[in-house]
Design a binder for this molecule. Sequence first.
Ligand code: FES
Length: 123
Amino acid sequence: MYSAKVMDHFTNPRNVGEMSDADGIGTEGNPVCGDVMKIYIKVKDDKIVDAKFQTFGCGAAIAVSSMVTEMTKGMTLDEALKITKASLAEALDGLPPQKMHCSNLGADALHKAIEDYKNKQQK
Ligand code: FES
């Protein structure tokens, strides 16, 4: 029921761990399943130069975290803000319908990390 890409990112997730010098951090949780995703980004000249994640969640949530951190590296903040749950699911060659909310978590946590970075710049 999972695509090969989902299985690959789930069994061999990229960019796992904490980033101690992150420029922005976004946390998103789903109260229904209890899963929580935290995304860290490093920003330089309006571009995301590095991204990491910590996720306590289902296999799809881990695959989504891995994919979103891979996708965003090298993107401008504006490009990264355009990432949606649909584009994430597509990048993973699809998710089962009951797992679409897991990709929502990835898009929301990323957008929150960007927001966090922008808020810190204004101080
Ligand atoms: Fe909730 Fe996957 S089951 S994030």
